[in-house]
Design a protein around this ligand. Structure first.
Ligand code: NOJ
Length: 702
């Protein structure tokens, strides 16, 4: 439908109809997480929104459970990310929904953040590239993408009540780029964060919504609130918010309690710290028409809000019936979920024990080896039709004997929903299994190699208490490593974790939250059917080494304010400045192949790098490009910043040329007065295998 006819449609709407397009309501089919009523009189269909970044969540229904976005980001492959986004879009469409509430594109600032698994990276160039690719994919399937949570939603603890005190430079250089990239890639919607930024709630933030997002970036889609994230309807509408969600009481959002009213919902204290206050949310349905009638919100603003929603319905072919068909849980999506999980796996360390020999006697040890790690808790939970567990997949892949031993009681997943429904962590999914560690040690002692699987737990609305693995898993790893000659540890985590035993084991594999294909993908990597070509999108370091550690001002905040005092020095930028050695640096990942960096040259903003695979196995290398600023610059800058990357297949014994485009602001700093500026001087372009593994260097004068 053309622009003109969308505007004609708006002209035909009554005030009540216009307002109805700006807020949530109950979905008569009880399937959508966000539902905007249609206008039957004018043949406008309803708009259905569903979560989320790991796959489609429609309560009671099944869909492909894809690897977590952090895992996808570990592939460093934006073509794969676009394919992944398209599959997410196709499933959204296949579920008869119109908008997907993703991708999650917040920059990873706090390593304990309970939702890091839903995000991409601690680096803005990397995060922006993935935000753009996934958005392009989703939108290519006639589905509205919803990058979230705009902006500076860096923690779950106090997420609904804190304000992030953050400099304009840090916003521009770190926190805004992924949203900008998603908008440029065609995102039809943006979700505001619960938190405030510099004292103003994001749902009312006129400067960041009206001036930056809609003004500077030319965003033409609709801005939707996070659920129960608004407080003052007029301030939000005038500030640039277009759609208020969910428009129904909190109780109605919880499974199985459709009649619940607003009012205090019982929840444990640590969860309450991360939940919005539904009772203080001012709804557009109740007050917006009145605010328009009394002139507090201009008529033109209301029309613009509705027009933005209608334009998205038009863009995805819902107004003229031209929308493509969607599909859920197809063989292609199952294969993709597995491919991404394989490609995302990061070989943190390998003394040669991997890949496993086909006929090796393997002891597969770990409290959760009989379960697939589908994701973390909260709105991103997805229920798949099929799933493969490490125990089943390794047993069926191996030619040698495999003994399975748990060693410890299962690590129970934590879910915001279970806690909201009153289940506590102990009783949720309670298992009666009570294994002995001695059994696991005996199995390990008899095998050629022990593979120990360990995991963390994470959920929306709560941060992890620490970066240590829960329960006695560290003890289990130590004991197995003592009991056997060769130990491989497989870690399923939502972000960085501490690995205190890493020097005592022979290989460490970071396997993230791999989704429904967990077991099959892991078995393929362990036996060398697939090269672990993932690289770290987050620095692994002791908890004390991160810039948000040891200072409550910075995290979790003081008196309702989180001070981003570290400025632009987040993640590896901080460790590099401080001269602190990470456990495993940003960009790190071993391979079964062996790469030599032969040559690099710069031409027209692209660095061409020749890489040779000097081994006998095919591999996939991630070529990374970092910029180092001139040494005598006036502004303090990170010692090294990612400027681009490329993932390339390099067959055994061959040479391949990788082309890495320099990011738009690769040489720039953001100056609060002058905007993006390029301090003149001699820059180094460092080509390498990680932020700490430089292989070639070029010079660039600016
Ligand atoms: C709150 C979460 O923060 C957001 O990411 C999600 O999309 C909505 N709830 C809807 O479930």
């Amino acid at each position: 439908m053309s622009e003109r006819s969308v505007r004609d449609l708006v002209d035909e709407l009554t005030l009540e109809e216009t307002v109805a397009l700006t807020h949530g309501a109950s979905d008569p089919s009880d399937r959508a997480t966000g539902y905007v009523r249609g206008i039957e009189r004018l043949d406008v269909p309803p708009l259905r929104m569903v979560d989320g970044p790991l796959g489609v969540r429609v309560p009671g229904e099944e869909a492909t459970a894809f690897p977590a976005p952090l895992a996808l980001a570990a592939t460093f492959d934006t073509d794969l990310a676009e394919t992944h986004g398209a599959a997410l879009g196709r499933e959204t469409n296949g579920m008869d929904a119109d908008a997907l509430l993703g991708p999650g594109t917040n920059l990873i600032r706090v390593p304990q953040n309970g939702r890091n698994f839903e995000y991409f990276s601690e680096d803005p160039v990397h995060s922006a590239a993935f935000a753009a690719a996934v958005t392009r994919g989703i939108e290519s399937e006639d589905v509205v993408a919803t990058p979230k949570h705009y902006v500076a939603n860096s923690q779950e603890r106090y997420r609904a009540s804190v304000s992030a005190d953050v400099s304009e430079r840090a916003l521009r250089e770190l926190y805004l780029p992924s949203f900008r990239a998603a908008v440029d890639a065609g995102a039809g919607s943006v979700m505001t964060a619960y938190n405030g930024v510099n004292g103003t709630r994001m749902s009312d933030h006129a400067r960041l919504l009206r001036n930056v997002l809609k003004g500077e970036w030319g965003f033409e889609g609709y801005v939707v609130s996070d659920w129960f994230g608004t407080e003052d309807a007029a301030a939000a509408a005038n500030g640039g918010l277009d759609v208020e969600m969910p428009g129904v009481p909190m109780g109605e959002m919880l499974p199985g309690d459709a009649d619940a009213e607003d009012g205090p919902v019982e929840m444990p204290e640590e969860l309450a710290r991360g939940m919005p206050d539904a009772a203080s949310c001012e709804r557009f349905a109740e007050v917006l028409a009145e605010r328009v009638r009394d002139g507090t919100v201009p008529d033109a603003r209301l029309d613009d809000m509705a027009e933005r929603v209608l334009r998205q319905l038009a863009d995805i072919g819902r107004l003229d019936g031209s929308r493509t068909e969607g599909a859920v849980d197809t063989p292609e999506h199952r294969r993709l979920a597995r491919r991404v999980a394989e490609r995302a796996t990061v070989l943190l360390k390998n003394d040669g024990v991997l890949p496993l020999a086909d006929d090796a006697a393997v002891a597969l040890v770990g409290p959760n080896v009989d379960a697939a790690v589908l994701g973390g808790g909260g709105s991103s939970e997805t229920t798949p039709v099929v799933q493969s567990t490490p125990a089943d997949a390794v047993t069926s892949r191996a030619d040698g004997p495999v003994s399975v031993a748990y060693g410890l009681p299962p690590v129970e997943a934590v879910s915001m929903f279970d806690l909201l429904e009153g289940a506590d962590e102990e009783t949720a999914d309670a298992s009666t299994r009570d294994p002995e560690m001695a059994d696991a040690l005996a199995a390990a002692a008899e095998a050629d190699v022990a593979v120990v699987c360990v995991r963390d737990t994470a959920t929306e609305a709560m941060d992890r208490e620490s970066l240590r693995l829960p329960g006695r898993q560290d003890d289990l790893v130590e004991a197995v490593a003592d009991a056997t000659d060769r130990t491989v540890v497989v870690v399923n985590s939502s972000g960085p974790v501490e690995l205190p035993w890493r020097d005592d084991v022979d290989a460490v594999v970071e396997n993230w939250y791999p989704g429904q294909a967990h077991g099959d993908a892991l078995a393929a990597v362990l036996y060398g059917d697939a090269d672990p070509s993932g690289r770290l999108p987050v620095t692994f370091a002791p908890e004390s080494a991160y810039p948000t550690s040891g200072d409550e001002r910075r995290y979790p905040g003081e008196d309702g304010v989180v001070h981003y005092d570290e400025g632009v020095f987040v993640g590896y930028r901080h460790l590099d400045r401080e001269g602190v050695e990470p456990t495993y640096p940003f960009g790190h990942g071993e391979s079964y192949a062996d790469y030599e960096y032969v040559d690099a040259d710069l031409a027209d903003g692209t660095v061409h790098v020749t890489v040779e695979n000097a081994s006998e196995c095919d591999g996939r290398e991630v070529v990374q490009l970092y910029v180092e600023p001139p040494e005598d610059g006036e502004v303090e800058r990170p010692p090294r910043e990612l400027a681009g990357f490329a993932s390339v297949e390099v067959p055994a014994g061959e040479r391949v040329e990788a082309s890495v485009d320099l990011a738009e602001h690769a040489f720039d700093v953001y100056d609060e007065g002058a905007g993006w500026t390029t301090p003149p001087g001699e820059y180094a372009l460092v080509v390498g295998r990680s932020s700490r593994d430089a292989r070639l260097e070029l010079a660039a004068t600016r």
